[in-house]
Design a protein around this ligand. Structure first.
Ligand code: FMN
Length: 496
């Protein structure tokens, strides 16, 4: 190809010189195109990073151009309605329709293969019932909690300011205010954009951002002061998240602006480390004591922890520690390995942690067995987008459901898969001011509230069709799943 490059260049050179010689007006334009391409080709041949460009000067660039627009080609021309990943077109469209309150019905029947192995469906009843008016709320707060919280059955999952833009966080918070539900701050601290009137759940990760000392340890005084803010309804201690359990993180100093430094309680311009584990405790008893301390400092607000299930024994140890210390969390958030993230190493996203159905069934059955389920609420998250997704999680023991990517889609996410690059084209996961400006906060906050309302309406319709008066009446025997041998079994038979 290199010889070919020189041969073609020589031919074009001869043509251009001849055109100049005969005074053809096209000659300067051709020269203008040819010279940069020739220089580019020479550069390609001497550079050492890309073999394709060295061997195929100039035309090798097409490979990189096509690779850059691969996600768009895949999404707009290749993927079917049911196979897009991580979230398929059918589910994305449903969220868009619900958030815009457009027609949501499906024409001509299901596009799914109803005999596919692993497919789940609910059993309906011949005797539909009227669902309780208050089916959409549940109270959080065990025996030691002094300020119980009446939560919506559907809330916004943890996403930090920083991984989301200021307009995205603001629209989520205003949407939560409009719809009467809660937004989880994520582990990046509480920003001014979280404080626009919506209920918030303050998440503390291993960096204790917003309540930390200079050495990275937890700061009780700052926590006490902020946790008393009236919009903070609950506190969530993050042990792990499904997309990257057991992985710490580092925010490079260049990204630690004055604003981020103030929100997180760190030094401007210095790298900020989030360790993989919590510096404040190293065993189950320590975790329970820390939860007790958080509850005390917050004036008795509900306190819980979030995890993606890993080693079963560690969860049994936590139960044992509850008995020994007499301290219980008010809630446990179970996240599935199918959960979303702004950025995670591939090995962690693909190969670490338990998927939500297995993790949730394990946690809820363990709490039931220990007679703790009555006091400890379970929040579940992991690709829950539709009313059916929520019902399935209720069947496995969830009391409420958190959605991160469903809410992002309602904000206008087009699944461009650019969250980790700061180039999100719709201004959600970027802090580029030009891109952020495209996200119109009042419009998007309404869409968040619409998506929440319409999804709960779908839940209500499904409950009625199942003959259930509320989510707490849905059990494992209400969901069937297709088995590899062609038979169907209920979750009660599968998750024993
Ligand atoms: C952009 C983004 C940022 C996130 N940030 C956090 C975080 O700060 N803390 C956390 O516990 N989970 C975080 N998550 C995980 C979500 O809270 C949630 O557990 C997970 O995405 C599963 O929900 P989903 O399938 O509805 O997206 C993040 C997810 C996304 C997509």
């Amino acid at each position: 190809m290199r010889r070919m490059f020189f041969f073609i260049s020589f031919c074009v050179f001869v043509v251009i010189v001849s055109l100049f010689y005969f005074g053809n007006p096209l000659a300067p334009y051709l020269a203008l195109v040819f010279i940069p391409l020739f220089v580019l080709g020479l550069f390609d041949m001497v550079q050492t990073r890309h073999a394709v460009k060295r061997n195929f000067p100039v035309i090798g660039h097409f490979r990189y151009i096509l690779e850059a627009i691969r996600p768009e080609i895949q999404q707009y021309f290749v993927e079917s309605n049911t196979d897009g990943a991580p979230i398929n077109r059918n589910d994305r469209s449903l969220v868009y329709q619900r958030s815009k309150q457009e027609l949501q019905s499906q024409p001509f029947g299901t596009q799914q293969n109803v005999y596919e192995v692993g497919r789940d469906w609910v059993c309906h009843s011949i005797y539909p019932v009227k669902v309780d008016d208050h089916f959409d709320r549940v109270t959080f707060g065990g025996p030691h909690c002094k300020q119980p919280y009446s939560a919506s059955r559907l809330n916004i999952s943890a996403m930090s300011y920083g991984s989301l833009s200021k307009n995205a966080v603001s629209a989520l918070n205003l949407g939560a205010r409009l719809g009467g539900f809660a937004q989880n701050t994520g582990e990046g601290g509480i920003s001014e954009f979280h404080r626009l009137g919506g209920d918030i759940i303050w998440q503390l990760g291993t960096g204790y951002f917003g309540a930390r000392q200079a050495n990275g340890m937890f700061c009780p005084e700052t926590f006490k002061e902020k946790s008393h803010w009236p919009e903070i309804k609950m506190i969530e201690l993050k042990l792990s998240q499904g997309a990257k359990p057991g992985k710490g993180g580092m925010l490079p100093g260049a990204k630690v602006t004055q604003e981020i430094a103030t929100i997180r309680g760190v030094e401007i311009g210095k790298d900020v480390i989030s360790p993989a584990g919590h510096p404040m405790f190293s065993d189950a008893k320590g975790l329970m004591n820390f939860i007790g301390q958080l509850r005390e400092l917050s004036g008795g607000k509900p306190v819980g922890f979030k995890l993606c299930v890993g080693k079963h024994q560690e969860f049994f140890d936590i139960i044992e520690a509850m008995k020994q210390t007499g301290i219980q969390p008010d809630f446990i958030t179970v996240d599935g390995s199918e959960g979303g993230t702004g950025a995670a190493p591939l090995e962690f996203a693909n190969s670490v942690g338990m998927p939500i159905k297995d993790g949730l069934a394990f946690v809820s059955q363990t709490l039931e067995k220990e007679n703790l389920k009555k006091d400890i609420r379970i929040i579940a998250s992991g690709k829950s987008l539709t009313g059916f997704d929520m019902i399935r999680l209720f069947a496995l023991g969830a009391d409420t459901v958190n959605s991160a990517r469903g809410m992002m889609l309602a904000l206008g996410c087009i699944q461009a898969l650019r969250c980790h690059s700061n180039h999100c084209p719709v201004g959600i996961t970027t802090n580029n001011p030009q891109l952020v400006a495209g996200l119109h906060v009042p419009t998007k906050s309404e869409r968040i509230a619409n998506y929440h309302k319409e999804t709960l309406k779908a839940v209500k319709d499904l409950l009625s069709a199942m003959g259930k008066t509320g989510p707490e009446k849905v059990g494992r025997s209400d969901i069937y799943q297709r088995q590899p041998d062609g038979s169907c079994q209920t979750f009660a038979q599968i998750y024993t």
